[in-house]
Design a protein around this ligand. Structure first.
Ligand code: WTA
Length: 572
C-alpha cells in the first residue's frame, strides 16, 4: 500500500535529529537528569515532585484539575506538601512500608494523585484500579497482589469484599459519612491533620513502583510489575516523543487505571516538570474541546477511539472552539487509522503522532517524532536506545516487508520485571536471542517504519490470503455510515476462514440489506475483494476494553457461542 507521507513542520523540537540520536544515544546519559546521579538516593516521586519544588518551578502549576464539581490548581510546592500529607496518613494509620501493595480504587480526583505519589514516597508498590471495576475484578487483583492497604470511596466500598481478603488490613475512605472501625479509616479527616513534612523512603532502582493488571488472550489478568528504574524511559520519551518543553500545557486523557494514565499521566510529565491537565468525569466532545480552549493545551495525548468519537461528533463542533494553542497531538493503544490522521490534518491542521507500546513495556518504544515524516497508518520508528525487529517463531530477524512477530531486544529501562506470582508467565514473553515478544504481528518497511498488522492470534487466513483485521476495520470506518467495526476470522469449511465484520452504525443510519451490500462493496473496492467481509452483523455497541480496543476475542466468542472469558477489562 502506497501512502503519502506527511512532512515535518519546522519547529524547535527536543529531538532535532532522529537518525543522529538513534546512532549515538545511550541510556546512561539520562541518568544525569536525576538528583540520584549525585546523591545516590532514589525515589521516583521525589524526582517528579519534590525536586522541582526546590527550583524555579516551585510556583509553577504542576496540576490543573477539573471535573463537573471541582476546578483547582496546584503548584509543585503544593504537590510536595500534599503528597507528604498523604504519605503520612498511609504510614501512620495504614502501617505502609517499603514493598507493601497499596491499591487505589476511585474516580479521578486530586486526592487520587496525592495518594499515588504519597504511597510511592513510602516505597510502596501502587496498584491503580479503574473505578468501573465490579466486585470480581477488584477481588482478583487485591487477592493476587496480597494488597495490604486500599484507598477508595464510600460509594465503591460495596464492591470490595473486605471480609474475604485476609491480607487487606486497612481501607481508607475518601468521602462523606465515613464510619470508622478497626479496618476502615476516614482518609480526609486524618489528611487535614497530617504533617506536611516527610522523610522520603529511599529505594533501589530495581525496587517495585507500580503494579498494573492487564488481560492477555487467556487466563485471569496478570500483574505487570514496574520498578523505579522505569523513570529513565518515562523521562526521555516525554522529552523526545511528547516533546514537552517548559512552557507547555499538557493533557493526557487516560485514566491512571491504565498504564498510559500513569507512565504519561503522572510520571513522565512531572519528571519533566510540566504543567499537567487532569480531567475527571465522562467523555463529551464539547467538554474535551473546551478543556483545550480553557487551559490553552499545547500537547495532547489520547487514543484512537477518542479521536474516532470526536470525528463522529462532526467538524462543526470543532469550529465553536479556539484550539489554536495545540501544537502536538499523539495517540496510543490501538491502531491509528489513516482516516483519523487525515481528519486530524483537516480539523486541527496537525499530524496525530502514533506511538506503540504495551503495559508490559512500561513506556513508549516505537513512535512518530515531531522531527520525522509521518506515514499515516505506521506506528513509526524505534526510540533511540531501543532495538526493534520483526522475527519469526524461532527468533530469527526477518527482512523488510515480511510480516512476523514484533520483538524488542531486552534491556530498555522500563521493561516489566515480573508478572506477579507467575514467573512462568513472565518467561513465556521471551525468545532465544534475548527478544521480548509482544504478541503483535507487524512488518517493517525499507525505511525502518513499523506497520501494525494485528495481534498474532487475530490474523485471518482466508482462501490462503493473510488478512490483518485492522486493515479491514480501518477501511470499514472510512465508510460514512460506520462508527466502529470489529473484524474476526470465522471458521469456514472451504476457505479456512471467512471475514466477518461487526459494525456499529453512526447516528442517523438505518440497518438494511442495501447498506450491508454497499459497505461490502466499499471494502472490496477500497481494499481487495478477498478482504471484504462476507458476513456483516450490526450491533448497537461493540465490546471494548477501557483503553478503547475492540475485543475481537469477545466477538469471536459471540460468533462461536463460546464462553467470553475474563471481561473485567471491558468498559461498561
Ligand atoms: C495495541 C498500553 C497498534 C497492541 C499502552 C499492543 C497498538 C497492545 C498501539 C497493548 C499502536 C498499543 N498501534 N496497536 N500504536 N499501541 N497497541 O497494554 O496490540 O493496553 O500489544 O497498551 O495494544 O495494550 P495495552
Amino acid at each position: 500500500m502506497k501512502v503519502e507521507a506527511l512532512p515535518v513542520t519546522k519547529g524547535d523540537y527536543n529531538l532535532a535529529d532522529y537518525d543522529q540520536a538513534y546512532e549515538s544515544f545511550d541510556w546512561k546519559e539520562v541518568e544525569k537528569e536525576f538528583s540520584w546521579s549525585e546523591t545516590g538516593r532514589v525515589n521516583l516521586a521525589h524526582e517528579a515532585i519534590d525536586r522541582h519544588a526546590e527550583t524555579h518551578r516551585k510556583n509553577k502549576v504542576a496540576l490543573y484539575y477539573r471535573d463537573p464539581e471541582r476546578n483547582e490548581k496546584y503548584t509543585f510546592a503544593d504537590m510536595k506538601k500534599l503528597s507528604n500529607q498523604a504519605a503520612n496518613v498511609l504510614k501512620n494509620f495504614g502501617d505502609v512500608e517499603k514493598g507493601d501493595r497499596v491499591f487505589i480504587f476511585m474516580p479521578r480526583s486530586p486526592e487520587l494523585y496525592f495518594s499515588i505519589l504519597g504511597a510511592i514516597k513510602l516505597g510502596a508498590i501502587v496498584g491503580p484500579l479503574f473505578e468501573a471495576f465490579m466486585e470480581g475484578a477488584v477481588r482478583d487483583r487485591l487477592e493476587d497482589s496480597g494488597a495490604k492497604v486500599l484507598v477508595t470511596t464510600p460509594e465503591l466500598l460495596e464492591r470490595v469484599p473486605v471480609d474475604e481478603l485476609p491480607e487487606l488490613k486497612h481501607v481508607f475512605l475518601i468521602g462523606d459519612g465515613v464510619k470508622e472501625d478497626d479496618v476502615h479509616i476516614d482518609f480526609m479527616a486524618k489528611f487535614k491533620e497530617a504533617s506536611k513534612k516527610l522523610s522520603v523512603e529511599w529505594v533501589d532502582r530495581e525496587d517495585g513502583l507500580i503494579l498494573h493488571y492487564t488481560s492477555g488472550s487467556t487466563g485471569k489478568p496478570k500483574g505487570v510489575l514496574h520498578v523505579h528504574n522505569a523513570m529513565l524511559q518515562h523521562y526521555q520519551t516525554t522529552k523526545w516523543v511528547l516533546d514537552l518543553q517548559e512552557e507547555d500545557v499538557y493533557w493526557c486523557t487516560a485514566d491512571p487505571g491504565w498504564v498510559t494514565g500513569t507512565s504519561y499521566g503522572i510520571f513522565g510529565p512531572w519528571l519533566a516538570g510540566a504543567s499537567n491537565v487532569i480531567v475527571g468525569g465522562r467523555f463529551k466532545p464539547e467538554h474535551w474541546y473546551k478543556t483545550i480552549e480553557d487551559y490553552g493545551v499545547t500537547v495532547w495525548y489520547s487514543a484512537p477511539t477518542a479521536f474516532r468519537m470526536l470525528m463522529g461528533a462532526g467538524d462543526e463542533i470543532v469550529k465553536q472552539f479556539d484550539l489554536g494553542s495545540l501544537r502536538h497531538i499523539l495517540s496510543v493503544g490501538e491502531p491509528l487509522n489513516p482516516e483519523v490522521v487525515r481528519w486530524g490534518m483537516k480539523v486541527f491542521n496537525l499530524r496525530i503522532h502514533d506511538t506503540w507500546w504495551m503495559t508490559e513495556t512500561g513506556g513508549q518504544l516505537i513512535c512518530n517524532y515531531p522531527s520525522i515524516e509521518v506515514k499515516p497508518g505506521s506506528m513509526g520508528k524505534p526510540f533511540p536506545g531501543v532495538k526493534a525487529a520483526i522475527v519469526d517463531d524461532q527468533g530469527n530477524e526477518l527482512p523488510p516487508n515480511r510480516m512476523g512477530n514484533l520483538a524488542i531486544k531486552k534491556g530498555w529501562p522500563s521493561m516489566m520485571r515480573q508478572i506477579w506470582n507467575n514467573p512462568q508467565k513472565y518467561d513465556s514473553y521471551f525468545m532465544p536471542g534475548d527478544w521480548y515478544v509482544s504478541g503483535d504481528s507487524a512488518y517493517m518497511d525499507e525505511e525502518g517504519y513499523f506497520w501494525f498488522q494485528g495481534r498474532v492470534d487475530d490474523v485471518i487466513m482466508t482462501s490462503g490470503e493473510r488478512v490483518g483485521p485492522f486493515e479491514v476495520e480501518s477501511k470499514l470506518v472510512e465508510h460514512p455510515a460506520v462508527a466502529e467495526a470489529g473484524v474476526i476470522g470465522k471458521p469456514d469449511p472451504v476457505r479456512g476462514e471467512i471475514i466477518k465484520a461487526f459494525i456499529a452504525l453512526r447516528d442517523g443510519y438505518e440497518i438494511s440489506d442495501e447498506l450491508k451490500e454497499e459497505i461490502r462493496t466499499f471494502v472490496k473496492k477500497g481494499l481487495a475483494a478477498h478482504a471484504a467481509p462476507r458476513e456483516i452483523e450490526f450491533r448497537d455497541k461493540l465490546p471494548k476494553t477501557r483503553s478503547g480496543k475492540i475485543m475481537r476475542r469477545v466477538l469471536k466468542a459471540w460468533e462461536l457461542d463460546l464462553p467470553t472469558g475474563d471481561l473485567s477489562t471491558m468498559e461498561d
